[in-house]
Design a protein around this ligand. Structure first.
Ligand code: ADP
Ligand code: MG
Length: 686
């Protein structure tokens, strides 16, 4: 039984080899592809009365030609044709540009339909399409809602419309239902065939909406189904290591920490240890706002894996962060006779060789490094746990490399980029999520101010005041997109300026990505020890750096940064008991730019920042990278359809949990859908 929808598009009347090539450039190959090439908007050609029309809107009206048309030529070959048309007893001026040849046809008394942009004050319509109603020829768009498709230079939207119409006529009956009946009933979803018909050529506005709703649900549901099925399979595979963690010993370790854990930290530690003890491989995302104390949670998990007789690896995006984590973990773990190594880019060949040997023999228990750690030939004796910090910097690809490293370690992804739930369950839907939603007690929220560049003198005076009380400051130098060289130049300029300003009183350090690792380390160390008072830096300090005595963060050209990044930067201060400040220097031009600065001054909550940022910019810009793992939906919009997304996720999780899902005939279309993915091909029978 072959599926007629899988035939090439050339089966459609009017599509030959050449047109098929044009369609292929739109990734349309089969009839199914054509039917699933949904419009991104509609053109409304339904006739309306003038009183409903708003100024500047595109409208379609019907009227009678009245009086003589007038043509005016200007420039080389330009013309302007005007004629009066009576519409609802109102005289409207219709204008055509460069269509002077229509003059003969515009005879008084003829009935005409006009579509175009309407100017209310002048009662004027600039016509983009017209149609004489006294002819027998009917245009397809006459009086209807017409789909508008994305296309290429070689194809007209009209052609695509015609082919889709043809495809619907010939093959519409072959469109199969994929959603189980109970779901359709529960959420009042129209059948797939009706939905596809109505998303292209809506019989009414309501029918169009129902079609769109159904297809959006289907898209979100199928996407979640894949994630949930993957999750379920992963758990059932039981190919992880069930670590025998000596819980009492871990408790003892926790009691020995310099501070008691927050309630949220306790909760996530419990979730993580449970995963590690289970037979399946942990695949967990740990989210927590900056400063919520994720590092200590990582330390506990690493301690637990070593106590259970395994090795652990901690991967971070930058060398600075690697070194800082190394210092923190050493302090916490070395007293417990745990061997930790830092595999950094600046290690000598010999040091590196020793570390690799130590990992292979098991003499080294924990290794810290950048993600080069997984890309190279590093062998472990028995790797039990991998933690990645700031996981959004690690792409989907790296995640896979990790899993395919032969061993099946438990994996914990930590991120301080608060991700709104709707995106979290989209991008990381195949993971379990733990959230630290509580800051350690006694933290004062950072006070954030937005100022213009011309207030620099006052900012410097304020900085001086803070430094005089013994605190330290970060100054993030202007960011010029796509030019590391200019960024560096900027950092150097600011450094020179501040060095001059504070000469003889305070030390100003400079940090940027191009410094050799040794010097980066050196300046960071001196800032940590309080010998450097002001650290001028490019955004390399963005993630993770922890110097509690720093209480002031000044960011130049703040409008050039993403809000998540600003929030990260702000998170570098407010880590001690003292009041901290963040000053955003920005002269944004646009309203959105101003709104973004206001958001920063109004809330300190990373999740709130993220939510508002997402609303402002949409999901595509939110992560700012192709690596986000965020899928592109054709119909659904994860921001607007977030409720639907929640529902789809819930239903998908429930369905894959049903034993009947894997065998029942009513779920066969869904299983076939999953099997289109290589991962499931072998794993799903029938
Ligand atoms: P992040 O989640 O941003 O990685 P860190 O792990 O760097 O945060 O922790 C921020 C600061 O809070 C560190 O100085 C850490 O020692 C401290 N901290 C973490 N947990 C607690 C706690 N339960 N009580 C007090 N201070 C804590
Ligand atoms: Mg951290």
């Amino acid at each position: 039984m072959s599926d007629p929808l899988q035939q090439p598009v050339t089966a459609i009347k009017g599509i030959g080899a050449e047109r098929a090539l044009d369609l292929a450039s739109l990734d349309i190959h089969t009839i199914q592809d054509l039917l699933e090439h949904f419009p991104y908007r509609y053109e409304d050609y339904r006739v309306r009365s003038l009183s409903e029309a708003e100024d500047g809107e595109k409208i379609t009206i019907v009227g009678t030609v009245y009086g003589e048309p007038v043509v005016r030529f200007y420039g080389k070959s330009k013309s302007r044709l005007t004629v009066k048309v009576v519409v609802d007893r109102v005289v409207v001026t219709a204008i055509w540009f460069n269509r002077h040849f229509l003059k003969q046809q515009l005879r008084a008394g003829r009935e005409i339909m006009l579509s175009g942009k309407f100017e209310q004050a002048r009662l004027q319509i600039t016509v983009s399409e017209h149609h004489f109603l006294d002819t027998n020829k009917k245009t397809p768009q006459q009086g209807s809602i017409q789909p508008v498709y994305s296309t290429t230079a070689n194809l007209q939207v009209k052609q695509i419309r015609r082919w889709i119409e043809e495809a619907l006529k010939e093959y519409g009956g072959a469109i199969e239902e994929i959603l189980p009946e109970n779901l359709m009933r529960k959420y009042k979803l129209v059948p797939r065939a009706d939905a596809i018909r109505n998303i292209h050529f809506p019989e009414s506005v309501a029918a169009g909406k129902q079609g769109r709703r159904r297809l959006a649900f289907e898209e979100l549901f199928l996407f979640q189904l894949k994630l949930q099925a993957y999750h379920a399979m992963n758990r059932r595979a039981s190919d992880g290591v069930a670590q025998q963690i000596p819980i009492e010993q871990v408790r003892e370790f926790i009691r020995g920490l310099p501070f008691p854990l927050t309630g949220a930290q306790k909760r996530v530690v419990k979730e993580i240890l449970e995963d590690m003890q289970a037979e399946y491989s942990m695949n967990r995302l740990l989210q927590g706002d900056v400063g919520s104390g994720k590092t200590i949670v990582a330390a506990i998990a690493l301690y637990a894996t070593v106590a259970a007789g395994f090795q652990g690896a901690l991967m971070v995006p930058t060398e600075i962060l690697a070194e800082q984590h190394y210092a923190t973990l050493k302090e916490l773990l070395v007293p417990h006779r745990i061997e930790i190594a830092l595999l950094s880019g600046s290690a000598t060949v010999r040091q590196r060789r020793d570390i690799l040997a130590g990992l292979q023999s098991g003499l080294i228990h924990i290794v810290i490094g950048t993600h080069a750690l997984i890309q190279e030939d590093v062998y472990f004796r028995n790797l039990g746990l991998v933690i990645t910090d700031e996981q959004h910097r690690f792409g989907v690809e790296q995640r896979r490399v990790l899993r395919e490293k032969g061993l099946h370690p438990d994996v914990l992804f930590m991120t301080a980029t608060p991700i709104p739930r709707t995106l979290a369950i989209t991008a990381f839907g195949d993971m379990d999520v733990s959230t630290i939603d509580e800051l350690p007690a006694g933290r004062k929220p950072v006070e954030t101010y937005w100022v213009k560049h011309d207030m620099l003198d006052r900012i410097l005076a304020f900085m001086q005041k803070e430094l005089d009380t013994g605190r330290q400051a970060y100054v993030i130098s202007p960011l010029i997109e796509e030019s590391e060289k200019l960024d560096l130049q900027n950092a150097m300029d600011v450094h020179a300026q501040l060095s001059h300003y504070f000469a003889g009183k305070y030390n100003v350090g400079l940090m940027h990505g191009r410094l050799p690792a040794k010097e980066k380390d050196d300046v960071m160390q001196r800032f940590s020890r309080g010998e450097v008072h002001v650290l001028v830096s490019t955004t390399v300090v963005e993630v993770g750096v922890n110097v509690p005595n720093a209480s002031l963060m000044v960011i130049y050209d703040a409008e050039r940064f993403g809000l998540a990044q600003l929030h990260q930067l702000r998170g570098r201060v407010g880590r001690g008991a003292e009041q901290s400040y963040c000053i955003l220097i920005a002269d944004p031009k646009s309203e959105v730019g101003k709104e973004r600065m206001r958001i920063m001054t109004e809330t300190n909550d990373g999740f709130e920042v993220a939510r508002r940022d997402l609303e402002l910019r949409g999901p595509g810009d939110f992560f700012g990278t192709k690596q986000s793992g965020l899928p592109e939906f054709k119909v659904a919009d994860v921001v607007q359809d977030y409720r639907m997304l929640e529902v789809a996720r819930q239903e998908a999780a429930e369905i894959v949990g049903l034993p009947v899902f894997w065998v029942g005939p009513e779920y066969a279309p869904l299983r076939r859908y999953l099997k289109r993915d290589d991962y499931f091909l072998e794993k799903i029978k029938d």
